[in-house]
Each structure stands twice: as C-alpha cells, then as structure tokens.
Design a protein around this ligand. Structure first.
Ligand code: CA
Length: 228
C-alpha cells in the first residue's frame, strides 16, 4: 500500500517470523521478512525499510554484524534497529559492543510490547504514521481529519498532493528524489513515470499559494525536491 511504513523482520525461526509478520501487518504496516543476515543486507539496499526488527541469533552473519554494517553505511545508518535477544546478558553485550542498535527487546517478549517499541521508532522517522498533527512554518496538517492549512486558510488538496505534502512535512529539509517520492506517495510496487511527480509537485505548489505566502518547496537541480 502507498505510504505505509515498511518494517523489515529478520528472524530465522519460521514460527516467530510468521507471528511477527502477522501482527505487524495487523497494525497497518507493510512487512518484509527475511531469514538471514545476508538477505537482510540485500533487502535493505533494495527497499529501505522504515524500521528493522533484527534477531541477534542468526545463522552465518549474526544480528550484531548486520546491525554494525547498517550503522556504518551512509544510506542506512539512520534506519532504526530494534534488536531481539534471547537473554538479557546478550543485550548487555550488544550495548557494550556499541553496535548502534536503537532499542533492545528480550525474548520471550509480548507482541504488544514489541509493537509499542516499533511505534516509538516510527514516531521519530515517520511522524505522520503515528501522530495527529504535522506543522512546518505556517503550514499544518491535521492527520486525523485529513485537513491541511496554510496560515488560517484551509487548503484544498487532491489525495496525491495530500500524501506528497505529508511526506515533505515529515522531514523538512530532506531532499527527496523522484524515485523516493514515487515509492512513498504512489507505492513501492507501482510503476509510474517519474515526470508524474513533477506534475503533482506543481499542483501542490499551486494549492499552497495562499495570498502573499511564498513557495515552500525547493527544486534541487539534478536531485529532486525538498520542503524548505
Ligand atoms: Ca534466531
């Protein structure tokens, strides 16, 4: 589905993998599951997830090694990682090794607890998926009511422009490539010509033009678009 947060689950035990995938999906998120560290590294490169749930005990490449490699990568360092471990001593060790994991959960864990941790990480990286309101300068989005405002005026956006603005507002200043916007706004599995992005950014700019207010969207030559 377009715009849903993507959670990558890395767990070699099939039953645990299924339970996690089922529950994360029930929460309304997209899930990608893999059974090994190697597959995890490939999956992250191919389709960067918003959050990774990573088991410590994996065959061949361990969870710790996966974590370390991702945290060293310039493109992957910011993806939150929740490490799963069978024993609290292992978690102490992960912490001590400074792998850069963002959170730690000891098995056996309750699914509700793990989902709460996933939400906490998403609140940082994808605020629109868990919050109720986004604001940037004089622009505001009421996520619960799907209404957008500039200054005091309500804006009238089409559904695509609304999702575009939400993506921009989640990460002001971030430069989005057309491909990244396609993945986020149109969906990862859908083929849309990248010029379509330009058309909808143009519409969004027009919709954001209220009175004397300036254009908040910046075109970054050769790279894409950014808010502010
Ligand atoms: Ca395991």
């Amino acid at each position: 589905m377009a715009g849903e947060p993507l959670v990558l689950v890395v767990e070699d035990e099939p039953a645990q993998r299924e339970v996690l995938a089922y529950n994360i999906r029930a929460e309304g998120y997209d899930v990608h599951t893999v059974a090994s560290g190697d597959e995890a590294l490939v999956a992250v490169q191919e389709t960067p997830p918003d959050v990774i749930v990573l088991d410590w005990m994996l065959p061949a490449v361990s969870g710790i090694e996966v974590c370390r490699q991702l945290k060293m990568g310039t493109d992957t360092a910011k993806i939150p990682i929740i490490m799963l471990s069978a024993r609290s001593e292992e978690i102490d060790k992960v912490r001590g090794l400074e792998t850069g994991a963002d959170d730690y959960v000891t098995k056996p864990y309750s699914v509700a607890e793990l989902l709460a941790r996933v939400r906490t990480q998403l609140r940082r990286v994808r605020p629109a998926t868990v919050g109720e309101r986004l604001e940037y300068e004089d622009i505001a989005i009421d996520l619960a009511e799907h209404r957008t405002y500039r200054g005091g005026d309500e804006l009238h956006l089409g559904p695509t422009e609304y999702r575009l603005l939400t993506a921009f507002m989640e990460r002001p200043g971030r430069v989005w490539s057309r491909e990244q916007l396609l993945d986020r706004v149109w969906g990862r599995d859908i083929y849309v010509d990248s010029r379509t992005v330009d058309v909808h950014v143009g519409r969004l700019r027009k919709a954001l033009k209220v009175g004397e207010a300036g254009d908040p969207i910046r075109t970054v030559r050769g790279a894409g678009y950014a808010l502010g």
